[in-house]
Design a protein around this ligand. Structure first.
Ligand code: FAD
Length: 458
């Protein structure tokens, strides 16, 4: 018997909060026992809780994976690393950057487990060149509902692979991942940032950035009219050997010990309103000089600017916040994207951070998020029903355009919209029902979207 404790659980957006029986198994054997314990009530793995909504929540049993945190094998000649699924990206960087290796793909925070990265098939700033997380994974071990552990490879279990990669923890518990790290000369990134004056300018700069492996933009989603989509475009690549010699170019080295900023308490509800969001967007845009700035920066501020402030999600107060991230196929006039930005400005619910990026070609899991096109991610304080109405309008525009919402950040998409966004969901469900016929693995999100049936059998 694992030690189960009743706890309130939440994702990074702090909404919703769901109470669950929670255990933190320390070994693979304990994890297998935990699956046995929970049969009637359903089970779900929980990594570092960096998904935003109800992706990692479940009202039955939840197993935290962070004690499964051992490195199992590494080949410095090829970069192949095998590690337990509870190892965090932070730990991989801490151990392997000094040895000349970097993560092939990283999301905008390093406080994510390998298992969570696989289950959401995360993408990074280099998606247009390198695809998503699963493109760099050779195999993973999956603890299934029957208690059996399978070594899953694309070639040996093609359907289980496509169901588990991006499969939101609903096919079993990933115990270990075999991932190929990328060789790098050191921790430095050659970076250029370009001020873009509107959306057309953003796409023009994105198109001329082919020499950069990593690209991303921040856009102001409060300003309308001709300047709609103005912002800052950032592009970078790992710096070559010898950059340390050019000391005058190097930015400040930031490491974990520098992360002194913290938000120790919940922000008051009034902190984030239309006026503060507008002011922030104006200042951020004006701070950047017209044209282009070149610099050499440490990977921390380039990849993880938000990790510098611990618990930044508390700024949004006790009611939490919702992130909305969608991808839209590109059209010559970017009409759906303009409609989305227009609907947000008209609603008055601005977003502090609006991150925009172009995705490249994809070949991943049935529920993996990235598809070719442009993705936009926005944070909204939880304003209840009026905000939910806005997000439903955004869903309608997204569905109409043939796009989809990222399930790793979602807490409210309807089943009908989901099925139109992810037309391969039936193939996913057939594969998932084959590996878990009794519906042991369940989540609040899975029940909401009709991926699993509440109370058992999927
Ligand atoms: C600041 C910030 C920036 C982000 N930027 C990006 C980004 O750029 N790109 C991107 O793709 N995502 C991004 N994310 C989202 C985040 O990368 C994903 O949600 C990731 O999956 C979180 O990993 P986790 O370990 O915290 O998993 P959790 O949030 O705990 O769980 C997420 C899902 O993974 C499942 N899961 C976790 N561990 C296992 C396991 N061992 N076996 C089976 N299933 C498991 C859970 O059941 C759940 O369905 C960002 C999040 C934050 C907070």
């Amino acid at each position: 018997m694992a030690d189960w404790v009743k706890r309130d659980m939440e994702g990074w957006g702090r909404w919703p909060v769901i109470s669950a029986e929670v255990a933190r198994p320390e070994t693979r054997a304990d994890m297998v026992k935990a699956v046995g314990d929970s049969q009637g009530d359903g089970l779900l793995a929980y990594g570092l809780g960096r998904s935003y909504g109800d992706t990692a929540l479940h009202s039955g049993h939840v197993v935290m994976t962070t004690r499964l945190d051992r490195f199992l094998a590494f080949d410095p000649a090829t970069g192949w690393l095998k590690a337990e699924a509870g190892v965090s990206l932070e730990e991989v960087l801490r151990v392997f950057v000094p040895r000349g290796f970097f993560l092939p793909i990283t999301p905008g925070t390093k406080f994510v487990t390998l298992g969570g990265a696989l289950a959401c098939d995360v993408h990074g700033k280099n998606h247009h060149v390198d695809g998503s997380f699963s493109n760099h994974v050779r195999s993973f071990e999956l603890l299934t509902a029957s208690g059996e552990v399978l070594e899953v490879r694309k070639e040996t279990h093609p359907e289980l692979w496509k169901a588990t990669v991006g499969g939101l923890g609903l096919t079993g518990v990933v115990l270990s991942v075999e991932l190929r790290l990328t060789p790098v000369a050191g921790p430095w990134i050659e970076m250029e940032s370009v001020r873009v004056e509107d959306l057309d300018h953003f796409f023009a700069v994105s198109a001329e950035s082919t020499g950069f492996t990593h690209t991303v933009g921040w856009i102001d989603c409060v300003t309308t009219g001709k300047a709609m989509g103005r912002g800052i475009f950032m592009r970078g690549r790992h710096a070559p050997q010898g950059i340390e010699a050019k000391k005058s170019l190097l930015g400040r080295v930031v490491d974990a010990a520098d992360r002194l900023l913290d938000v120790p308490i919940d922000g008051p509800g009034w902190l984030l309103n239309q006026a503060t969001v507008k002011a922030f967007n104006e200042v951020y845009f004006r701070k950047h000089p017209r044209g282009q700035k070149n610099s050499i920066v440490h990977y921390e501020p380039f990849f993880y600017p938000l990790d510098a402030v611990r618990h930044w999600n508390r700024i949004y107060g006790k009611r939490g916040f919702l992130q909305y991230q969608m991808v839209l196929p590109k059209t010559p006039d970017q009409r759906p994207l303009r409609e989305i930005l227009g609907a947000i400005t008209r609603s008055g619910f601005g977003s502090f951070l609006a991150v925009i990026k172009e995705f490249g070609p994809t070949d991943n899991g049935w529920l993996s998020f990235p598809t070719p096109g442009v993705t936009l991610a926005l944070d909204f304080p939880n304003h209840g029903a009026p905000l939910l109405e806005l997000l439903e309008r955004l869903d309608a525009i997204t569905v109409e355009a043939g796009g989809r919402v990222y399930l790793g950040k979602d807490a409210r998409v309807s089943r009908e919209s989901f099925q139109r966004m992810y037309p391969e969901w039936e193939a996913w469900k057939a594969a998932r029902d084959a590996v878990d016929p009794k519906g042991v693995f369940r989540s609040t999100m899975g029940e909401r979207l009709g991926l699993v049936t509440p109370g058992g059998r999927s």
